[in-house]
Design a protein. Structure first.
Length: 261
């Protein structure tokens, strides 16, 4: 079988990684949240705020929200008051272009920019518990809100860069994001079901990692999986892809902090 005809056989030398194949889902169907592909046990774990391990970071984020930091000795709450009011719906609108710098910001970059601009504090590194906690806390305030990002005006070139990356074959396996998450969502790969590849549940607690992780950590893992270049977390490449994924997942509800296998 030729790789160009069938994606699954397109894995060629690693075709044996695929498990039982399910029918290809209709290309014109709505994009579904990650929870659509989860087992009942994982769904129950995610839905239970006591059992969901990601809620530990949300709890820490609530404490950090009120903690004064930096030269200004200001907390997030000093400017934004109660997060359950002022942050509601924010995660559903990110990534977004920052009006002052013209750069594309995701939640992590917005939090760090607030720290450096307004609090006189150092930026937090990706995958540190502090940044994960603050991001999870802010994202959690939008749980259930529908994703709605802007891709016009200054966001347009970032969106186009992300769209191009989603459909471009990369790595030694010569695969694009779309070949897995668009053409073959619902099929089996090893022990997992391939999802639509949306970011509305992140930061998420991944059982494989035994910790909370950012969407960019997951994107880096995908890059590694197809043996392609891994960009730095927070890189323009992953930020633009994050914007494209958000637009593609328009109207999908925010699930953060999700639980993933």
């Amino acid at each position: 079988m030729q790789c160009s005809r069938f994606l699954v056989s397109g894995f060629c030398g690693v075709a044996g990684l695929m498990g039982v194949l399910l029918p290809v889902l209709a290309a014109d169907r709505p994009v579904r949240p990650g929870s659509f592909y989860m087992s009942k046990n994982l769904l129950a774990l995610q839905a239970d705020d006591i059992a969901n391990p990601g809620m530990l970071w949300v709890s820490d984020g609530e404490s950090l929200w009120r903690q004064p930091v930096g030269r200004a000795q200001k907390s997030c709450a000093s400017c934004h008051d109660a997060a359950d009011v002022t942050m509601k719906g924010v995660a559903a609108r990110y990534p977004a272009v920052d009006a002052e710098s013209g750069e594309l910001f995701n939640l992590e970059k917005r939090i760090n920019t607030c720290r450096t601009r307004h609090q006189g504090a150092a930026a937090l590194a990706y995958e540190t518990d502090e940044l994960l906690a603050l991001t999870a806390y802010v994202a959690h305030q939008s749980r259930g809100e529908r994703v709605k990002v802007h891709i016009d005006g200054p966001a347009a070139p970032f969106y186009e860069a992300g769209r191009k990356r989603f459909y471009t074959r990369v790595g030694q396996l010569n695969l694009s994001c779309a070949q897995c998450h668009e053409a073959n969502a619902g099929r089996r790969l090893r022990g997992d079901t391939i999802s639509d590849g949306v970011g509305s549940g992140w930061p998420a607690y991944r059982l494989e990692w035994q910790t909370l992780g950012s969407l960019h950590r997951r994107l880096r893992a995908c890059s590694l999986g197809v043996r392609a270049r891994q960009f730095d977390s927070g890189s323009p490449e992953y930020l633009s892809l994050e914007l494209y994924l958000a637009k593609r997942a328009e109207d999908v509800p925010v699930e953060a902090p999700a639980v993933r296998r």
